[in-house]
Ligand binder design. Sequence first.
Ligand SMILES: [Zn+2]
Length: 157
Amino acid sequence: MAEVESFTLDHTAVKAPYVRLITVEEGPKGDKISNFDLRLVQPNENAIPTAGLHTIEHMLAGYLRDYLTGVIDCSPFGCRTGFHLIMWGEHDTVEVAKALKKALQDIVNATWDDVQGTDIKSCGNYRDHSLFSAQEWCQKILSEGISSDPFERKVVD
Ligand SMILES: [Zn+2]
């Protein structure tokens, strides 16, 4: 079986919340795609409940694109401690961490009308959303600060 980088990371050594560059992949024509680990809560200590995580996912999809160019996808980890962010090109973790901070702040300030894709036609589990939970968790994450390094606390402004 192929070795997957994410499973070689020592999840007991990291200090969440942080942004980590997992890999930069180069396509046959030289295009580069970056994959980031947006770790919102400490692995094996916390996990964001599914309804809140689902609402954060819907909102990051819009807000991250407001602050970063080249976003391809942002999807939650199965362990519910954070998200993969896939982007065209190469980007600094400080730039991504600052954008993530602004996006989480936008979630905290949002109302239900700001949440995209919450009806039966636009979501695969539209009943499983919680803006209340999303905002509680985003507030906690922001109060801890987002580091641009996974192992050392380098909290961005
Ligand atoms: Zn959905």
